[in-house]
Write a protein that binds this ligand. Structure first.
Ligand code: FES
Length: 69
């Protein structure tokens, strides 16, 4: 099941964008490391910062349950 909605309104980053960015690197040991990388690729959470926790939650969710394409 593919969810897609805008997670970061400032930078117009969707759930799918975060998922794609995360999939470019499959060997993260922790969520913060993954977050930094996703942020570098998508620029999510570089505006108001209000989506920070949402982005972290999504990353941890995706890392826990890798979706089968
Ligand atoms: S909603 Fe993501 S930085 Fe503002």
């Amino acid at each position: 099941m593919k969810e897609n909605y805008t997670v970061c309104n400032c930078m117009k980053v969707s759930y799918g964008d975060i998922e794609d960015a995360l999939h470019k690197h499959s060997s993260f040991s922790d969520v913060l490391e993954a977050f930094n990388s996703v942020q570098m690729i998508t620029h999510c959470s570089t505006g108001c910062g209000g989506c920070h926790q949402k982005v972290l939650d999504i990353i941890s969710e995706l890392m826990m349950a890798p979706s089968a394409e």
